[in-house]
Write a protein that binds this ligand. Structure first.
Ligand SMILES: NC(=O)c1ccc[n+]([C@@H]2O[C@H](COP(=O)([O-])OP(=O)(O)OC[C@H]3O[C@@H](n4cnc5c(N)ncnc54)[C@H](O)[C@@H]3O)[C@@H](O)[C@H]2O)c1
Length: 266
């Protein structure tokens, strides 16, 4: 198993894609620390991982605060003795009430950049000294195909994800001479609580989607845009993350890999 004796931290691991990433790493032998604001859901994921014999733990973490990501790294080291993999997965679509407006307001811009960009920066800054001292580490950041090119509507989110890809490349350059790989995964269309909100946003703000349920909006997006003709899953993203975080991908850094059924071929 690729991660026997290793430890991974997954931010936003309490549900959705993060849960799929946590499962993928744990099934390959990794200890996993779930770092999330949502304790109730996180402890359920920890229990699922422990049920098949993995070592797992939870650290209440808000990735928008550096002191909190510092505590997350300390918690992983205290619990498991080492830290090999950091997956910066926590993300938001906008401020809490973003589904009600057609275009993002200042709260959406601040929320998306706070979590989707500074959350990654904070995570990396908290872990890099430890990884530099050790001369080893794998960092995988979760962006989105929305960050691959600009589009109407979901502008703040898309811009924050483009920034996430750029930030990953910056640290890939910086950390490459020290045995640390930094890569990005760009998921496509995955049915999670986040996509449920996006579906709700589209049905409330776009005439084309009026009266549709969130799931119907999602299925239409899959049918209209995915060349492979199927939705992607948290497990699909988990498999890609597990590859990039493994020593099999030791010669890969600064890359962004789309897991999107072919929606974006760049
Ligand atoms: N679902 C998709 O189709 C899709 C597509 C592309 C990219 N993504 C990205 O994948 C990642 C996971 O998305 P998801 O769909 O699973 O979303 P989700 O809303 O289902 O899960 C996000 C998780 O992040 C946690 N979180 C939010 N803010 C946090 C903070 N400040 N600190 C710590 N944890 C926090 C939440 O509690 C939740 O557990 C996000 O970065 C998202 O932008 C999702």
């Amino acid at each position: 198993m690729d991660f026997e004796g290793k430890t991974s931290v997954v931010t936003g691991g309490a549900g959705g894609i993060g849960r799929g990433i946590a499962h993928a790493l744990a099934r390959r032998g990794s200890n996993v620390l779930i770092a999330d604001t949502n304790e109730e859901s996180a402890v359920k994921v920890v229990a699922e991982l422990m049920a098949f014999g993995a070592h797992a733990s939870f650290c209440e973490t808000d990735v928008t605060a550096q002191w909190s990501t510092d505590e997350m790294v300390e918690a992983a080291l205290e619990e498991f003795g080492q830290l090999d993999v950091l997956v910066n997965n926590a993300g938001v679509g906008g401020a809490r009430d973003f589904t009600f407006r057609k275009t993002p307001n200042i709260d959406d811009w601040l929320a998306t950049f706070d979590v989707n960009v500074f959350g990654i920066v904070n995570g990396i800054q908290s872990v890099e000294k430890y990884m530099l001292d050790r001369g080893y580490g794998k960092i995988v950041n979760i962006a989105s195909i929305a960050g691959r090119s600009g589009g109407a509507g979901f502008t703040a989110y898309g811009a924050s994800k483009a920034a996430a890809i750029n930030v990953s490349q910056a640290w890939a350059f910086k950390l490459a001479p020290h045995g640390i790989n930094v890569n990005t995964v760009c998921p496509g269309l995955i049915w999670t609580p986040l996509w449920e909100s996006i579906g709700e946003w589209r049905s409330l703000t776009s005439r084309q989607h009026t009266g549709m349920t969130s799931r119907q909006v999602f299925e239409r997006a899959v049918a209209e845009s995915v060349p492979l003709g199927r939705e992607q899953t948290p497990e699909d993203v988990g498999n890609a993350v597990a590859y990039l975080a493994s020593d099999r991908a030791r010669s890969i850094t600064g890359q962004a890999l789309n897991v999107d059924g072919g929606i974006r071929m760049n």
